[in-house]
Design a protein around this ligand. Sequence first.
Ligand SMILES: CC(C)(COP(=O)(O)OP(=O)(O)OC[C@H]1O[C@@H](n2cnc3c(N)ncnc32)[C@H](O)[C@@H]1OP(=O)(O)O)[C@@H](O)C(=O)NCCC(=O)NCCS
Length: 239
Amino acid sequence: MQPSPRSEPPAGVVDLWLRHVRPEEPAGEQLLTPDERERSSRLVNHQARALFVIGRSLLRAALASYLGCAPQSLRLDQRCARCGEQHGKPRLVAPVSELAFNLSHTQGLVALAVCRHRDVGIDVEWRGRADTMPELVHLLLSAVEREALDEVPEARRPAVLLECWVRKEALLKATGEGLSLDLRKVTLPAARNRPAVYRRGDAWWGVRGLDVGPDHVGAVAMRGHVPRLRRRSLAPSPI
Ligand SMILES: CC(C)(COP(=O)(O)OP(=O)(O)OC[C@H]1O[C@@H](n2cnc3c(N)ncnc32)[C@H](O)[C@@H]1OP(=O)(O)O)[C@@H](O)C(=O)NCCC(=O)NCCS
């Protein structure tokens, strides 16, 4: 018997699903499709494999809970808009639905954003990464963003850089561009952790930081305007 469907997010709302992951946590593959199991078997690093498996399991269980179907029956497509290969932004092709989603994983955390109709992007990062970020500042930030960062007290810079970074990645994951472009040419000027809208391509995109616990930072972006948030969880958790 399928569970009764849960309510889809209202217009302008992003449902936020978080799954904290323990070190060395075993990850069962029962909700994955054969293709996903094959992809997981190619990941030799235990952590990368666990995050992939738990991410796809969360994605399937969450979407299935809205649609009232079996998690394994959902058909996802990852056709890349640039080259046509299956490595682009995943989207749901069956059953036909208005749901849009995006997934992110980092050491200790998997996060999923789900909304209706609108393109959405999410990024989470482990705070432990902050110390290595300053080395990358010239690759990640535009001149305007670097100037804003220079205004921040030195001790706070790694943390602020990480917050700036997750907002930029969430935006580029919402547009579907990902990190394939020159990141120095993208500016989110009102840096710091305030919700804001940005023009990119032919659209406006709303971006806001997320409270994802003390060990992580996160941000979500949605086409049109800054999303409101609703927290969701699977209870009892099948994954
Ligand atoms: C997508 C991308 C931003 C992920 O960065 P990351 O920091 O490693 O990973 P995150 O954990 O935040 O996100 C990974 C998830 O984003 C989703 N994703 C994949 N491609 C995406 C894209 N283009 N846009 C948005 N989301 C994407 C997937 O669900 C993926 O998780 P999964 O593979 O386990 O399902 C990065 O890998 C990227 O830019 N890829 C595209 C590169 C590209 O376009 N190359 C040109 C090819 S022609």
